[in-house]
Design a protein around this ligand. Sequence first.
Ligand SMILES: NC(=O)c1ccc[n+]([C@@H]2O[C@H](COP(=O)([O-])OP(=O)(O)OC[C@H]3O[C@@H](n4cnc5c(N)ncnc54)[C@H](OP(=O)(O)O)[C@@H]3O)[C@@H](O)[C@H]2O)c1
Length: 359
Amino acid sequence: MYAVVITEPGGPEVLAWSAVPDPVPGPGEVVVDVVASAVNRADLLQRAGFYDPPPGTSPYPGLECAGRISALGPPVADGTSAVDGTTASDGPAGGWRVGDEVCALLTGGGYAQRVAVPVGQLLPVPAGVSLRDSAGLPEVACTVWSNLVGVAALAAGQTVLIHGGGSGIGTFAVQFAAALGATVYATARAAKHEVLRDLGASAVFDYTATDFVAEIQAVTQGRGADVILDIMGGAYLERNVRALATGGRLVVIGLQGGRTGELDLGLLLAKRASVAATALRSRPAVEKARIVRGVRDEVWPLLAAGRIRPVIDQAVPMARAGYAHELVAAGGHVGKVLLIPGDLPDGIPAGLPDDATGH
Ligand SMILES: NC(=O)c1ccc[n+]([C@@H]2O[C@H](COP(=O)([O-])OP(=O)(O)OC[C@H]3O[C@@H](n4cnc5c(N)ncnc54)[C@H](OP(=O)(O)O)[C@@H]3O)[C@@H](O)[C@H]2O)c1
């Protein structure tokens, strides 16, 4: 098969669409023939050599994909799936069959024609969503649901601030929080405000021109946000705590503004507030399977009902993965950038800019 290989740590030019051995499914895994994958910001860090894949996982980037099951691995020794608790009566692959159309949360390897996936990380394609567009859902849905519901316990009637509302994560989080019945605020550059209001944000703050602490205090009459989903880390830590309401929960999932910052414990204590930080990729398979099951039960019905939709900026051939990384690094995109397996020139989707000369 072909996969996007990181030839050495570096810039977008180190990504090469190359012939590599096919994946071999282990016990409790299936092989998915990839129809689409999607870029996540973590892939840029992996390419640069700052985010190695966990031991024993695919060396190729790609944390999510959509496609068709083409092979089933052997059942695990005791006849149950090691990763999601399905039993032998569900069949060797938890009820999944060759030919099923799926999307999947991956620990890596999505930038390829084929990838091996633990059955606990498979999801059906939500009703009303195309197989291709579903490739951009698993990573954002699992991250957003596990943090907003699992960690922050966001509830209807509460107020949430989503930093980076125009990102892959942000566009999903704004819609999901609105569907939960929360009042949603977001930060984003001005060009993205209209689309975020369409997705359900009550107001969007331009982080390049205004102070989000003052903005959130103004719109909540000085109360602050019950929940903040943060991607900036150290640079926003002190301001995020100031922006929290009494009893508020700050959940840090990204460190785009650095790993260290000043935490005013006195203010945290006075507000009886909390700060948490999580990562999805490094969780063991059994935890990922639990999250995937929760997403299937609680988030997929919202997609099927049309209350959340995938937000796709554009699709790029995998042979031009370097160009896709440049797009995401530049930050002008809204939502997800998809990657379609295929060599040049066959895989070039209509609408790719003329100057799309990436690798
Ligand atoms: N912990 C986890 O498990 C986990 C899982 C997935 C993703 N993440 C993290 O979530 C973040 C988003 O991921 P993604 O793949 O969706 O990224 P992405 O699409 O590349 O988006 C990055 C976003 O950062 C925003 N941004 C940049 N500077 C900002 C600032 N000063 N204030 C507010 N927003 C700012 C940009 O907004 P503008 O375009 O408006 O400038 C852009 O929308 C990343 O940090 C990623 O590492 C974490």
